[in-house]
Design a protein around this ligand. Structure first.
Ligand code: BGC
Length: 248
């Protein structure tokens, strides 16, 4: 199927039409700045703008940076607090006059990476972590997603782990890549002890610079950067849309 996948993030809302069979983008990726303040109504308007500009008509899915259960936003770590308890699928569907599905951003990016990225990701236990403004997580067993994990919020060094070693923490504390790598390795050591997965895949902004801190990662589990990188969120959203459509 060819479906519009959208990745809603703190700085940009990005979308493209995706061939869900091949993971190929059928249009250029369109990016619109996330409105400020990023309230539900403002984001819904921006989504409508993107939908119209792409010139697409059909169902849509969005990756969203929060826990989303049954179409309702449950958390708001890095987004406007007014999102909590928002019926996001209803809001977006009414705005676009189309079916719109919404799921956690790391979960949908992980879906794309398992399908089109790392060859070994379809088997065994795989932890996918996105390192951006926050730290997102998606956990897979033999390719099946255990949704809505929030391992970026494990308590670590007195606060959420993402406050210690996300990409925004790296910027905030002005860390060199090697310093960031050491911090991230401490976090990985802890999460590896808790889950002991077969493989850990890193996505999000900081994974693009993986070679700058790879030597700081000392855990016994294999850690690799994602292959789908920039487009994982969009591709995964389109795949998620197809899955939801098939459920009906
Ligand atoms: C949110 C997660 C999200 C992650 C990455 C965290 O702060 O709690 O739901 O996946 O950021 O955007």
């Amino acid at each position: 199927m060819e479906i519009l996948g959208v990745d809603i993030g703190g700085s940009g809302i990005k979308g493209a039409i995706v061939d869900t069979k091949t993971g190929e983008l059928k249009t250029e990726r369109l990016r619109i700045k996330t409105p400020k303040p990023a309230t539900p109504e403002a984001i819904a308007d921006t989504l409508l703008q993107l939908y119209k500009e792409i010139g697409y008509e059909g169902p849509v899915a969005c990756g969203f940076p929060a826990r989303v259960i049954n179409g309702v936003v449950q958390t708001a770590a890095n987004i406007d607090k007014s999102w909590i308890n928002t019926e996001v699928e209803k809001l977006f569907s009414e705005k676009l006059k189309q079916k719109v599905f919404v799921a956690n951003d790391a979960d949908v990016a992980g879906i794309a990476e398992v399908e089109f990225g790392c060859d070994k990701a379809k088997h065994g236990s795989v932890l996918f972590l996105t390192i951006g403004t926050g730290i997102g997580s998606a956990l897979f067993l033999n390719g099946q997603l255990y949704p809505n994990t929030e391992f970026g919020h494990l308590k670590f060094k007195g606060d959420s782990a993402e406050k210690y070693c996300s990409d925004s923490a790296r910027e905030k504390f002005d860390l060199k890549w090697s310093e960031f790598g050491s911090r991230f390795n401490e976090y990985l050591t802890y999460i590896n002890f808790l889950l002991q997965p077969d493989l850990i895949i890193l996505g999000g902004g900081a994974s693009k610079k993986f070679e700058k801190y790879a030597d700081k990662i000392t855990i016994d589990t294999k850690v690799v950067p994602a292959k789908t990188l920039n487009f994982a969120g969009i591709i995964g959203a389109a795949m998620y849309c197809e899955r939801r459509l098939k459920e009906k």
